[in-house]
Every structure is written in C-alpha cells, then in structure tokens.
Design a protein around this ligand. Structure first.
Ligand SMILES: NC(=O)c1ccc[n+]([C@@H]2O[C@H](COP(=O)([O-])OP(=O)(O)OC[C@H]3O[C@@H](n4cnc5c(N)ncnc54)[C@H](O)[C@@H]3O)[C@@H](O)[C@H]2O)c1
Length: 446
C-alpha cells in the first residue's frame, strides 16, 4: 500500500472531464454529489425514487447535513442535475455508484441494487469512463459482480473503461468530519484504474489513500464496521453487567477513558441501528461462511444486539414496579431515530421496541422532532407534541434517542417514571422514578 497523499491532477481540460455522475442520491450519494459541486465539478445525479427526485429538482433537501440553500443554488445553476435518465451519464468522465446494500430476509447480502444500477449503466457506458463503486459490500463484489455486468456492454474493464472501488465513510449528523476531510480509501482492478480514481478523488477529498486491490478496500470497510458492532455490543453487555452489579457504567467508561493509549470509549444504548453497523458485518459473515470459515464475534455481537429491545422492555417493566403491568400502561418514547440528530429509522431499535411494547398491551406514543411519522407493521404512528400533559400523562417515558435540543429538564420534572437509555439525564434527580441504562440504580424496586 502506498502512503496517503493528496493530489489534484484530475484532468479538467475538457468540459467532459469536469462532469461526474452519481448514482443513488441518498445519505451517501447526495453529500458526495454536493462535495463534487463544491470542488467545481458538474454532477449528473441519478435517482430512481420519484419523490426524492422531485424534492431535488425543487431544491429541497431530505438529508439533514445538506441545506436547502446550497442545494437550490447547485440545482438552479445546473451544477447538479437530478435526473432518472441514465443516458445523461454518457457525458461523464467518472460515474460513482452509491446505491443501498441491505440484507435479504435470510440475513444474506442483497446486492440487487448494485446489479440494477450496473444493468442500467452498461447500456450507456463509454470508452475511457471511470466507474467507482462506493456501496458497502463483501470482498470480491467489484471483480465478481460489477465487472462482468459492466463488461456485457462490450467494453473491457481495465482496457476500455476503468473500474474502481472506494468505500464511503460518511457519518451522517457528525459535523466534526466534513465528507471531504475524511481520508478516502481508493482501489482499482488495474494499476491504471487506481491511477484514474486517485486523480478524480484527489479533486474532491483532502486525503486519498490508495490500496492494492478492490478486495482489500471492500474488506477494510467491513473491518471498520464490524469493529464498531463488536465494541458497541460489548459495551452494552458491560452496561447490563453494571446494572446487575449496581455499578455506574458511565462513570466506569469515563474512568477507563483517562488511559491515553490502548482504550477507545464506546457508548451504551438501546440497540445498534442504521443501514451500516448492524448490516455490513453480516456481509462479512456471509463471506466467511461462503468459504467454509466462521465469524463467531460477529455472530455473538449480532445476537447481543437483537436482544437489546427485549432488555429495554424488561427494564421498563421493572421501573413500572410490581403494582403495574405493561398491559394498559401508556409508554412515551422520546426519540425513535437510530441515533441522535438525524431522521434515519433504518434498523432503529425503536422499531422492535415499539412492537414488543404493543404486543404486551401497552399504549405507545412517541415524540421525535426529526421523524414526523413512522410505519409500524400495517399502521402509521405520528409524533406527538411534547406538552407537559403528554409527559405527565405517560405511565413511563423512555429516552430512546438523545437528539440535541430535547427539553431534558422538563422531561425529568414532568415524567412520573423515566427510563433513560442514553444517560441524557446524567447527574439529575427525577421528580418521579428515574432509571438510567447501566447506572446500577433501582427506582422501580426497593
Ligand atoms: N448511510 C450511511 O451512513 C452510510 C455510510 C457509509 C456507507 N454507506 C453505504 O453506502 C451505500 C448507500 O447507502 P445510503 O445510506 O446512501 O442509502 P440510501 O437508501 O440513503 O440512498 C441510496 C439511494 O439510491 C437510490 N437508488 C436505488 N437504486 C437505484 C438505481 N438503480 N439507480 C439510481 N438510484 C438508485 C435510492 O432511491 C436511494 O435514494 C450503502 O451500501 C451503504 O451501506 C452508508
């Protein structure tokens, strides 16, 4: 692997060289498209979701990290062209694929979005174009799946067009690391493909880090996300243990974090969500199984994560106390997105939590300033207004997601019983009963 370096050698001499295509304008593709615009490139943004496409054409952002003014200016000036027409990609010098990679019902990789994107693209693929896959996927995808699909165009990868893989590391809602500032791994199926992606990405990102093969870059992304799954699952297990031992996990983490090396703090919570951390490690697990190997850490971490909503339900039952059951109790969830300050509900632990509470007969409401409504099975729930009456009328209030700007003091003052899964109420005394995940307190039992 070469050292990381910065370059801006991408050929900007012709109009075409300044044009890139981004396929899939979601949490990854839209910020990437806007980063390209900021660097002076013209972007053809391909999106198949009609609702999103219309919003983009109207200059309206559906991603918190992109503001309407910047988007409107980019679309209005023609620097970002949102379209569903793959034919417009013939003019682009580089085409970046940012489509979803979810799981099938059997928890195996669902690469159908990549397949569809490649099948749409191959009809318009031009000699000398660069195609970069950014979607997170199992090692081997670019070579085994993308390359043969694109070669059905009649063009040969590495000879007639260039094929590369660069994993996306964006952290939605995290403003400390703008997308351009995060070091970008790049790889190609030939040395020339690597050169081409390094040139293009050198125009967009501050640090470009070439690695020796697309398989290495694909695996690196899975290592990063498996590392997070395993560590967050472990800290959740530790938090449960602290609950039993009547120790305060939050203080334990703070104490351990004073070690200047060899320790990295992870925060407990009600379960790991999002499109990446609970999903990507299962791509690795599938790869391991495919080659007859095992991935026991991932298996265990996945199982630990799956049990978190039931653990939360058990703690709520304990907090309600021996005289009350969930059946007939009203439970108010504060925050249901999978993490703070974003609207993303994918794999949010609030979804199984709501289902479990409802199955036990509870009447569930939620408040989330980022999520106005959510589908739970066949029905749709709407965020309630967080009035004093709603707070004091709930049998138990649960802080599930600690969005910035929540009126924590008012919640603590009004809730008859409050279960805080995020330590958002640290140091506070509840007017009613108050328990925090992992802090060892017992408000519901003597
Ligand atoms: N969300 C994250 O924080 C994050 C971070 C790093 C990597 N990733 C990876 O990036 C990839 C994209 O994730 P995302 O969160 O942006 O997903 P997303 O669902 O937010 O966005 C994907 C977009 O692609 C569109 N799309 C699907 N098929 C298409 C097609 N054939 N042509 C054009 N558009 C199409 C969808 O309508 C959607 O708008 C995934 O592989 C994910 O694992 C995501």
């Amino acid at each position: 692997m070469n050292d990381k370096y910065t370059t801006s050698a991408f050929d900007r001499s012709s109009r075409e060289a300044n044009k890139v295509g981004v396929i899939g304008l979601g949490y990854v593709g839209l910020p990437l498209a806007m980063a390209c615009v900021r660097k002076g490139l013209q972007v053809i943004g391909i999106e198949v979701d009609e609702r999103k496409l219309q919003l983009l054409k109207d200059g309206k952002s559906y991603i918190q990290d992109i503001d309407d003014d910047e988007l409107e200016a980019a679309v209005g000036s023609g620097r970002l062209v949102p379209t569903s027409d793959y034919g417009q990609l013939t003019e682009a010098s580089g085409i970046i694929i940012c489509v979803p990679t979810p799981l099938t019902e059997e928890h195996t990789p669902d690469v159908s979005f990549i397949t569809n994107a490649c099948m749409c693209l191959r009809a318009y693929l031009q000699p000398n174009q660069l195609v970069v896959v950014e979607s997170t996927t199992y090692p081997g995808t670019t070579r085994e799946l993308v390359q043969p699909l694109l070669e059905q165009s009649g063009l040969k990868a590495g000879a007639d067009f260039h094929l590369a893989y660069s994993p996306e590391r964006i952290d939605p809602g995290n403003h400390s690391y703008p997308v351009e500032d995060v070091p970008k791994l790049v790889s190609g199926i030939t040395p020339r493909c690597l050169e081409r992606v390094t040139e293009l990405y050198g125009c967009i990102f501050r640090h470009v880090v070439p690695v020796s093969s697309t398989d290495i870059a694909e695996a690196a992304k899975l290592l990063e996300n498996s590392f997070r799954l395993i560590n967050i699952s472990f800290i959740n297990e530790f938090a449960k243990l602290c609950d039993e031992l009547r120790l305060n996990i939050w203080e334990v983490i703070e104490a351990a974090s004073t070690k200047p090396y060899g320790f990295m703090p992870f925060q407990p919570g009600p379960g790991i969500g999002g499109h990446c951390i609970p999903v990507d490690p299962l791509y690795l697990q599938w790869t391991a199984r495919r080659s007859g190997a095992e991935s026991r850490f991932i298996e265990l971490s996945h199982d630990t994560n799956e049990t978190m909503p039931q653990y939360m339900v058990n703690r709520i039952i304990r907090l309600l106390g021996p005289d009350r059951t969930l059946s007939g109790s009203s439970i108010l969830l504060i925050g249901i997105a999978y993490k703070k300050n974003i609207a993303d509900m994918r794999e949010s632990s609030a979804l199984p939590l709501i289902k479990l509470l409802q199955q036990a007969g509870a009447e569930v409401k939620y408040y989330d300033p980022y999520v106005p409504s959510v589908r739970i099975g066949a029905s749709v729930m709407h965020s309630v207004e967080l009035t004093d009456e709603v707070l004091s009328g709930a049998g138990c209030v649960v802080i599930h997601t600690d969005h910035g700007g929540l009126p924590i003091e008012r919640i603590v003052a009004k809730a008859a019983a409050l279960y805080d899964a995020r330590n958002a109420t640290r140091g506070m005394q509840g007017a009613g009963k108050l328990e925090r995940f992992g802090d060892g307190t017992r408000a519901g039992v003597q």
